[in-house]
Write a protein that binds this ligand. Structure first.
Ligand code: AN0
Ligand code: CP
Length: 314
């Protein structure tokens, strides 16, 4: 693994998950990253990704530099061959080349604008860093993918499943704002590589990118989809078909005890941050079936496994 910006960057999933599990038990390589620097660039807000990735790097002995790009750096231009006479002061060609001299790994968070599907799918920010940086690039959530979150989710399911092939349901839930597709996209791609019975449920008009869904079962009746679920992953996303639109805030899709009762006493997952009583009811988040805090803890070990793998290949 050189870069980690998409699920397909993982050659063999099981060894990487086993590495993360092992690191959770014991920090086996506290010196591997000594003298190496991780640079983390945030174009958007973060709590978990920022703190867990910094912690993971430090557990490997790395130094860490963090920059909130929008407020602290020069505005970056990602388009090629443009006359830079507007508000963008620096081109990614110089920016990425310069940062590569200060950092051994560059990690980037850059959400989509959710205005133009083709533009977001082109992943100009993360791909700009991959193209012009001379060091490995890790995604901290890009326009279409959140691979560190998905690795965490796989790790969490592997740890707590009690049957060999659990039924895993990804369910849409309402949210007042237009949210990206990155988390559900990467979760689906990750689950497609695991031995699980995978189902997605969302209202009509909310089907995800067909190139990601592939042959995964999509059921528009949430209650039907939830039957016998061992894991329910709750997440909002905006419409992909009517790109970036909020078509529904239907509260009957909020995940509550009534929905849990349909499942096989499922464990309830969410990447966080979660809006209580909009996406998931208090009774679930405060109840015994929620594993969201456990899941967030695993962010550290997923990130550590990825950074360790990249450091070993430097
Ligand atoms: C972001 C999203 O849905 O992609 C980040 C989740 C990790 N969530 C929000 O913006 C609320
Ligand atoms: N789950 C996740 O990526 O959280 P943050 O947006 O707080 O980093």
């Amino acid at each position: 693994m050189k870069n980690y910006t998409k699920i397909s960057d993982i050659e063999e999933l099981l060894p990487l998950l086993e590495e993360a599990l092992q690191l959770k038990k014991e920090n086996t390589d506290p010196q591997l990253g000594k003298g190496k620097t991780l640079g983390m660039l945030f174009f958007n807000s973060s709590l978990r990704t920022r703190l867990s990735t910094e912690k993971a790097a430090k557990l490997l002995g790395m130094d860490v530099m963090v920059m909130n790009v929008n407020s602290d750096a020069w505005a970056l231009e990602f388009e090629d061959a443009v006359v830079m006479d507007s508000n963008k002061a620096e081109h990614i060609k110089e920016g990425a080349a310069v940062i590569s001299q200060y950092c051994d790994i560059i990690a980037v968070r850059a959400f989509p604008e959710l205005q133009d599907k083709e533009k977001d799918n082109a992943e100009s920010v993360i791909n700009g860093f991959i193209k012009y940086a001379s060091v490995p690039v890790v995604s901290l959530e890009s326009a279409t993918a959140h691979p560190l979150q998905a690795l965490t989710d796989a790790l969490t399911i592997l740890e707590i499943k009690t049957v060999k092939r659990p039924k895993v349901v990804l369910t849409w839930a309402p949210h007042p704002r237009a949210l990206p597709h990155a988390v559900p996209n990467s979760f689906l791609e990750m689950m497609q590589r695991m031995d699980v019975d995978l189902v997605v449920t969302n209202p009509e008009g909310y089907d995800l990118n067909p190139n990601i869904i592939k042959d995964t079962k999509v059921i528009h009746n949430q209650e039907k989809a939830l039957e016998n679920a061992d894991f329910v992953y709750v997440k909002n996303w905006s419409s992909y078909e009517q790109y970036g639109k909020v078509l529904s805030t239907d509260a009957s899709w909020t995940f509550s005890n009534k929905k849990l009762a349909i499942t096989n006493n499922a464990k309830v997952m969410h990447c966080l941050p979660v809006r209580r009583n909009v996406v998931i009811a208090d009774e679930i988040l405060d109840g015994e079936n929620s594993v969201v805090i456990h899941q967030a803890n695993n962010r550290t070990f997923a990130a550590q496994a990825v950074l360790k793998t990249i450091l070993k290949n430097l």
